[in-house]
Design a protein around this ligand. Structure first.
Ligand code: AGP
Length: 603
């Protein structure tokens, strides 16, 4: 939702280092930013509306030598994007940056106003800052003040705090929002995620919930709530800073689309070499729930389809923010699978915690190693897709689909539903999937050609049946979130029950038909739209390579035919690239679409 970084150093470059780290956090929110820094005499602050480059421009006009800085890039929750609402906030002796939401900020604000505090911004964060200052005025102990304030705060937070009377020390804590501590010879960090510090160090620690940290340029000390010191493992990050760079691609999204063949091949290679699903026995559970948000939910729908179609196991997919209303269905005999690329999505985390309270066994399919969700599930299956920077997920989704396929194949083996011949055929396919996915990417001209046909329209429909209908949902979301073009995905058979009234002359309809058993029915549905003037883009497999579809298709996209254990992946990659080319033609900010954030850490 937002990105925070704090850096305290023996040198005087804290502002430039914190700013560089902040830019690696911009994908988490980018409507305004700010930085507070100690210049040897006082704590100064600079803020800017819009992208971090605006803050950078302001700072470039200043000659700053600073040994301690905290900085923030914002995705607005309380109060519109503005310099006044941008972090850091400073009240009394406390200067603070925050990622999260203070749910009881209104009542706290009333209490503080009654105690004489005044507020300049509309933010919940300024209230938290004042509350810490108030607690500090009562106990005159910086750590205790932070502990006391956090006990009175309800909501989610990762705080970096500087006190006016100790301006080269950073105090930090977290609850429900991510925060990592970084260690280097020159100084120490506290940041929302490791991408902010990898250019300076690969040594880091994860902070537990309600753990408190005192950070100086040479020493980092961890405390629990009663202020007894705790120890914290120093880990070594396996990623390198280059993975957080575009490496020659125009956009992170394009780079991450191109990484998919290898990412997916690695997942299947791992499955057939050293994967251990021995503690996931679906038949030991009364019901299976799969819970996620957005694209992760779409990947979950593919998982559900494969589970029921091939492993004969029913599963319920629920949007994480709605799952709490199904809590009556959660029992100690429930298997909950939560799916999350970032591992920090608040809605998904809330669902996981609810299920664990009810005694359910929770498996996570997660990309971000060490993320909150990965640490709170009973078993975590990492997708190891590597850092995903573009706000619109691509490899995050396809790697989740690939992991689901391996889970279903394992379930089929457990149930004796996979004979040797079938297993050998599928294994051969999955261990040789990479060139097929590379072939999809090679058709860039086709996708650009289609993008030119559709980018000027205001509405577009995706239709498909079976597994194709779930891929339509992901294709539609991708197009919406990066090109700002409205689209809807519809089960092909359902369109005629109402929504077909929206089809008029020239309305683009992208239809997908990869399942031979459903092929003819889907073609009939396409023809129903064609009869009403639609402009059709037909996506099918090379099983029909020789067929001329121009009777009902204005454009055709052919992807490699595979089993349904991987079919969704080449299809969605074609849709990702159509969305990408469309967004480019519409001049959109592809990696940082308006209003969005990469990791939605508020409910
Ligand atoms: C993906 O393109 C979207 N930006 C969004 O729907 C995302 O999939 C969703 O917020 C879930 O995120 P997660 O996988 O990190 O939990």
């Amino acid at each position: 939702m937002c990105g925070i970084i704090g850096y305290t150093t023996k040198r005087t470059d804290s502002v430039s280092v914190a700013l560089a780290g902040l830019k690696n956090l911009e994908y988490r929110g980018y409507d305004s930013s700010g930085i507070a820094f100690y210049d040897g005499k006082k704590l100064d602050m600079v803020k800017a509306k819009g992208k971090i480059s605006n803050l950078e421009e302001k700072l470039s006009q200043m000659d700053i030598a600073s040994s301690c800085a905290i900085a923030h890039t914002r995705w607005a929750t309380h109060g519109e994007p503005s310099e006044t609402n941008a972090h850091p906030h400073q009240v009394g002796k406390v200067t603070l940056v925050h990622n999260g939401i203070i749910e009881n900020y209104a009542s706290l604000k009333e209490e503080l106003i009654a105690k004489g505090y005044e507020f300049k911004s509309q933010t919940d964060t300024e209230v938290a800052t004042a509350y810490i200052d108030y607690c500090y005025s009562l106990c005159n102990n910086k750590l205790q003040a932070l502990v006391d304030a956090c006990k009175g705060i309800r909501g989610s937070y990762a705080f970096n705090v500087i006190y006016e009377d100790e301006p080269t020390t950073i105090y930090a804590t977290r609850k429900d929002s991510p925060l990592v501590i970084g260690y280097s010879h020159e100084g120490n960090f506290a940041a929302s995620d490791i991408s902010a510090i990898l250019s300076y160090t690969n040594k880091y620690s994860l902070i537990d919930e309600n753990e408190f940290v005192k950070i100086t340029s040479s020493i980092v000390t961890f405390y629990n709530e009663d202020l007894t010191e705790t120890s914290n493992e120093i880990k070594t990050a396996t990623w390198d800073a280059a993975q957080y760079q575009k490496n020659g691609y125009d956009h992170f999204m394009l780079k991450e689309i191109y990484e998919q063949p290898k990412v997916i091949q690695d997942i299947f290679n791992r499955y057939y070499s050293d994967c251990d699903y021995s503690d996931i026995h679906f038949e030991n559970f009364d019901n299976i729930h799969i819970v996620a948000c957005g694209s992760a939910m779409h990947a979950s729908l593919v998982g559900k389809y494969l589970l029921q179609t091939y492993a004969k196991i029913p599963a319920m997919v629920e949007i994480a923010s709605e799952y709490r209303y199904a809590e009556e269905l959660i029992t100690p005999k429930t298997l909950l699978i939560v799916v999350s690329q970032s591992g920090e999505t608040a809605d998904t985390l809330a669902a996981l915690r609810l299920a664990k309270e009810k005694g359910a066994y929770v498996v996570g399919i997660v990309n971000a190693v060490g993320s909150t969700i990965s640490r709170e599930v009973n078993k975590c299956i990492y997708t190891y897709a590597g850092p995903e920077i573009a706000v619109a997920t691509t490899k995050g989704y396809t790697s989740q689909v690939a992991v689901f396929s391996t889970l279903v194949l394992n379930a089929m083996k457990q149930k004796g539903l996979l004979d040797e011949t079938q297993e050998a055929e599928i294994k051969d396919e999955l261990l040789n999937i990479k060139p097929k996915l590379e072939q999809v990417i090679s058709q860039r001209d086709t996708y650009l050609d289609i993008a030119k046909d559709i980018y000027s329209h205001k509405d577009l429909f995706f239709i498909g049946r079976g597994i194709d209908s779930t891929v339509c949902m992901e294709g539609s979301l991708k197009l919406k979130e990066i090109s700002y073009m409205h689209s809807e995905s519809y089960s092909a058979g359902e369109l005629k029950h109402g929504t077909i009234s929206l089809i008029e002359e020239g309305t683009p309809v992208i239809s997908i038909a990869t399942n031979e058993n459903l092929f003819e029915k889907t073609v009939s549905n396409i023809k129903e739209t064609k009869a009403r003037g639609s402009y059709t883009i037909f996506v099918t497999t090379d099983a029909h390579d020789a067929v001329d579809f121009r009777e009902f298709a204005d454009k055709t996209v052919i992807v490699p035919k595979t089993s349904e254990f991987s079919q969704a992946i080449p299809v969605v990659m074609a849709l990702q690239l159509i969305a990408y080319e469309t967004a480019k033609l519409r001049g959109c900010d592809i990696d940082k679409p308006r209003n969005l954030a990469k990791s939605v850490t508020v409910e």
